[in-house]
Structure formats: C-alpha cells, structure tokens
Unconditional design. Structure first.
Length: 215
C-alpha cells in the first residue's frame, strides 16, 4: 500500500514517544485496566500470543511469564518502540518485529491476539481486522482494548490533541466491525473506581473480544 502522510504521522509520533518516556507512561496508564482484564482470561492450555502495536513490549513480557505460553510476539509500526522492546526482553519466548499489522508476514497462526490503544490508528480498521482474523487459529480470540470511543466523551477530544489519524467509533460500531470481519463478539468495560479521572471511574477501558468460530 502506498504510504500516506497520515500513516507516517502515526509512526513518527510513536518513534518520539519511544524516546521521551511516554512508552513507559503508557505502560503505567494502561497497566491497571489491562492487567485486570488479562486476569479474566484463563491461559490453561499451551498457547501462542501476538500483541499488535506493542509499544515498549510490556504486555508481551507479562504474557511470556505464563507457564503455558509457548511464544509471545510483539509488533509495532514504530521502529523505535521495537528497539525499546528488544532492549527490555526477559525471556526467549519473546520476539519483537518492526511491522504494521496490515503488511505483517507470518506463516503460523495464533491462539490469542491482543491490542491496547492501537487499532484505531490503523489506516483502515476493517483491513487490520481482516488480517487479525486470518492470523488466528479457529477458536482463537482477539482482545482489543480502547479508551478512545464515542461513548466515552472525555477521550473524544484526543484526536485534536494528537493531530494524527485516529478513528473514533462507538461501542456499537466497534461490534459491527468485528461481526463484519467474521468474529463472534463480546464487550466488557474495565473501570478503575479509585482513579482521579472521572472517565476511568465511569466508562473505563472498552474491551472488545472477537472469537473466530471453530471449524
Ligand atoms: C497508544 S500506543 C499503545 C502502545 C501499547 N499497546 C501500550 O498500551 O503501551 C499505540 C501503538 O500502536 C502502534 N501502531 C499504530 N498503528 C499500528 C499498526 N497499524 N500496526 C502496528 N502497530 C501500530 C504505534 O506505533 C504505537 O506504538
């Protein structure tokens, strides 16, 4: 696909964030709700895992510690995020690659794919979801976390602040994207009731889980 100004804007912004400490700030900011959500998943069988838009790789490092995890891969379209992730690697189960999801080349398929605050930066959510669906095994699941959604009014202004491509959608629209890609879909709001930010207490992170039907 021909690179547009918007796509480069996303990459450049996160290259900067990888170097100015904001990758670690995201780890802290997103950490509580993501860890709360991941606790609801039972990783009781051997599994492989992919994090799309992994930032500094913190979720990959966390998941690789699960005893049934065979391989945990992180990809990011920011090369500098991948360099940070590789510096922070803690086990041989972890792998990090510099690629966007749309053009990722990978022969295998995953049991679980995860993404936190990343999918709405994709040039096309539909194309990204189509690719994620292809990369999952039958019965596999895609966990997609977003703080930026129409129903959560406090975060809707982020696009103006970031000045890069960010696709704002409602919970209903997200569910439709997942259904159109072939997924069975469930949603969950993970709230942080102690947080000083009102939206974190009242709306929280929206997790959309897509299950690829078993054959
Ligand atoms: C807001 S950050 C979130 C990082 C990480 N998930 C976290 O929670 O700390 C979004 C990340 O997604 C990456 N990204 C955006 N669009 C992407 C795409 N199409 N494919 C792969 N990575 C992408 C960005 O480069 C950035 O590092």
């Amino acid at each position: 696909m021909r690179k547009t100004k918007n796509m480069d804007g996303v990459r450049k912004t996160f290259d900067k964030w990888a170097q100015n400490g904001r990758a670690e700030l995201m780890e802290v900011e997103h950490g509580k709700n993501v860890l709360k959500f991941l606790k609801t998943i039972s990783f009781e069988k051997p599994f492989t895992f992919l994090d799309v838009g992994c930032g500094n790789g913190w979720v990959v490092r966390k998941i690789a510690k699960e005893k049934n995890c065979k391989k945990a891969i992180g990809i990011d379209k920011s090369k500098k995020m991948i360099i940070q992730s590789q510096k922070k690697m803690e086990s041989k189960k972890e792998q990090f690659f510099h690629t966007d999801i749309e053009s990722m080349k990978y022969k295998g398929k995953f049991n679980y794919i995860f993404s936190m605050e990343s999918l709405y930066y994709a040039d096309s959510i539909e194309i990204a979801l189509e690719k994620i669906y292809q990369l999952l095994k039958p019965g596999g699941k895609f966990f997609c976390g977003t703080d930026f959604y129409t129903d959560n009014k406090a975060t809707s202004r982020w696009a103006g602040i970031m000045k890069i491509q960010m696709h704002l959608h409602s919970k209903k629209e997200w569910k439709k994207f997942f259904k159109n890609a072939g997924f069975r879909v469930e949603t969950k709001h993970i709230k942080d009731l102690q947080n000083k930010k009102k939206w974190k207490r009242e709306h929280g992170t929206l997790f959309i889980t897509g299950t690829k039907p078993a054959k």
